[in-house]
Design a protein around this ligand. Structure first.
Ligand SMILES: [Zn+2]
Ligand SMILES: [Zn+2]
Length: 312
């Protein structure tokens, strides 16, 4: 991926330009420009490109492979030329040596390259140098990045200096921006859904004495006995929350008793009396009526059914 910036100074993202892991080293990417015909000037510019130890190892090995191959091939060609020049009829031998050298160097190149390949991580973008500094023109710097991920990070880090943006780079940057946006959305969603979960406190350990009193009162038969026990419980239970819980439970027990009692009574008048008494009790107690709404509704419903004319 080609990237160009109009800049004298550039920011490099602190990630390996090959594998994308955190960078812990850098390599120098150089470019040389030759100017002038009679008086030749060589000018070299360079940038320090971040990478990691693993990638520096595989890239060094890969460039060593190329270098060793080039040396062997060149030596063979030079020897061939020397033989060809020294012995007039040795052209065939000279060519044989040159070809032999090039062919002999190939296995060495392949072995070293295979070694470099084995050192690559699955996330590596190349086996050799991950970024090439192609050169400069005035203040414009040209790079070729093997890793799209690094190209995008590099471009974003120097966004205001980015020029000559190719359609490929534009597409890449759009993809990266979209991925970042959806990652942000997922994060926000997770935060939104996680927040109430964090606020959820574990249910408070129920007061031992509250449980004891609830069991005790539940075992008692009759409203009067339960109310008396409830009075004793309130002496012991001091937490207002526990008191409210107990009051609500006692009230519910009363309603169940009243409904059972009404069921067992013979005359409608007696049934009605039992239900009305229970309803008055429930409305008069300390428990807020909205907490006992289902019980109140049950009693009222039972009374209404009694008041309604018998069908038929
Ligand atoms: Zn790396
Ligand atoms: Zn790598």
């Amino acid at each position: 991926m080609r990237v160009a910036f109009s800049a004298r100074a550039l920011k490099f993202p602190p990630v390996c330009s090959c594998c994308g892991d955190a960078s812990n080293a850098a390599f120098v990417a150089k470019a040389t420009r030759t100017t002038g015909k009679r008086v030749v000037h060589h000018r070299t510019h360079s940038w320090e490109i971040p990478w990691c130890g693993v990638c520096s190892a595989h890239a060094d090995l890969a460039s060593t492979a190329v270098m060793v191959f080039a040396l062997i091939a060149m030596a063979a060609i030079v020897v061939g030329i020397v033989i060809w020049l020294s012995a007039a009829h040795a052209a065939g031998i000279a060519l044989g040596i040159a070809i032999g050298g090039v062919a002999g160097g190939l296995p060495i190149l392949m072995i070293l390259n295979a070694r470099a390949e084995r050192r690559r991580k699955p996330t590596c973008s190349t086996v050799g140098s991950p970024v090439e500094f192609l050169g400069w023109d005035g203040s414009v710097q040209f790079f070729d990045c093997r890793s799209e991920r690094f190209a995008a990070a590099f471009a974003i880090a120097n966004q205001t200096k980015l020029i000559n943006v190719s359609p490929e780079l534009r597409q890449l940057l759009t993809r990266v921006a979209e991925a970042a946006e959806s990652a942000r959305k997922v994060r926000t969603h997770e935060e939104e859904t996680a927040a109430p979960a964090l606020e959820l406190r574990p249910p408070p350990a129920r007061n031992e004495s509250l449980i004891m009193w609830l069991e005790k009162i539940e075992r008692l038969k009759g409203t009067a006995a339960r109310r008396a026990a409830f009075g004793r419980a309130l002496v012991e239970i001091t937490s207002s929350e526990d008191r409210a819980t107990l009051a609500l439970e006692v009230s519910r027990m009363d309603v169940r008793t009243a409904l059972d009692k009404a069921d067992s009574l013979k005359t409608a008048a007696a049934k009605r009396r039992a239900l009305v008494e229970a309803l008055e009790r429930i409305r008069a107690d300390d428990v807020p009526d909205e907490l006992q709404a289902p019980e109140i509704a049950m009693l009222e419903d039972a009374i209404r059914r009694l008041d309604a004319p018998a069908p038929g």
